[in-house]
Design a protein around this ligand. Structure first.
Ligand code: Z5A
Length: 229
């Protein structure tokens, strides 16, 4: 990208299972489109491009699990390289706001802190995969793992748990601690959002956070309220 090219805005959402990322990305995308008039691209990891979605299906079936966390991290990285090259970077170069459901912090938390992969290896992998790309803002949706897993189970009633949903409660607790540690280590980039609330209250907190960070993208509005069930 040349220095006078428009630079978009890169916002990632992170957190454990069933934290509400997809729900909140759809809401924030709509709010940003209305408020800023800019192009907003909502995408996810693993996935976002045809090739990366193919890798996603294999990863969620657990194809890489028997090879261990490093092989799994490599497969997430392969999907991420394609996603960055073919979707994220071109969108940012056009000046779009890109909202991404999970990104490199998920590799740090799932394959690193919870999966046991050495931080040095994760850092090296990040260096070659991201080539300097870094989210401008990361919203970490935080809630107790029992609550998130219960939501994910309610949604997928009758379906078997995927590769990661099937992990132990200890694994999910390590994940939560890992995401909180990332937020603590990088307070300029990360904000922790209490996600153990109704969807409208979580949305209000996210709007408030984004407005405080970049009022030019999203002007402040009044508090949101959850609708009665
Ligand atoms: N992974 C990895 O290991 N390494 C990596 O580098 C990357 C990923 C990038 C992707 O699966 C898996 O890959 C993921 C980590 C791993 N682990 N798993 N599983 P995924 O995309 O299928 O899973 P996910 O990212 O955890 O998404 P999710 O389960 O779909 O959750 P979500 O997007 O955060 O939540 P949601 O779909 O918006 O909501 C879940 C349900 O709860 C749904 O029925 C909603 O209607 C409901 N919901 C949403 N918000 C609320 C609130 N506030 N209250 C009550 N109910 C709610």
């Amino acid at each position: 990208m040349s220095s006078d090219a428009p630079r978009g805005v890169f916002i990632t959402f992170e957190g454990g299972e069933g934290a509400g990322k997809s729900t909140q990305i759809a809401r924030l995308a709509e709010a940003l489109r209305l408020a800023s008039g800019r192009e907003v691209v909502a995408t996810r990891e693993p996935g976002g491009t045809k090739r990366a979605e193919e890798l996603r299906a294999a990863l969620l079936r657990g194809v890489a699990k028997p090879y261990g966390p490093f092989a799994e991290a490599l497969m997430f990285a392969a999907a991420r390289i394609d996603h960055i090259e073919n979707l994220i970077s071109p969108a940012l170069a056009r000046g779009a706001i890109v909202l991404c459901d999970r990104f490199s912090d998920s590799t740090r938390a799932y394959q690193g802190a919870a999966g046991g992969l050495e931080p040095g290896l994760i850092a090296s992998l990040e260096r070659v995969t991201l080539e300097g790309l870094r989210p401008d803002l990361t919203l970490i949706l935080d809630l107790p793992p029992e609550a998130g897993l219960a939501r994910a189970q309610r949604r997928g009633e009758g379906e078997p748990a995927d590769r990661f949903e099937a992990e132990s409660m200890r694994f999910h607790e390590r994940l939560r601690a890992a995401f909180r540690a990332i937020a603590e280590a990088e307070p300029d980039r990360c904000r922790v959002i209490d996600a153990d609330l109704g969807p409208d209250s979580v949305e209000a907190r996210i709007r408030e956070t984004v407005s405080a960070w970049r009022p030019d993208l999203l002007p402040r509005t009044g508090e949101g309220h959850d609708h009665a069930a």
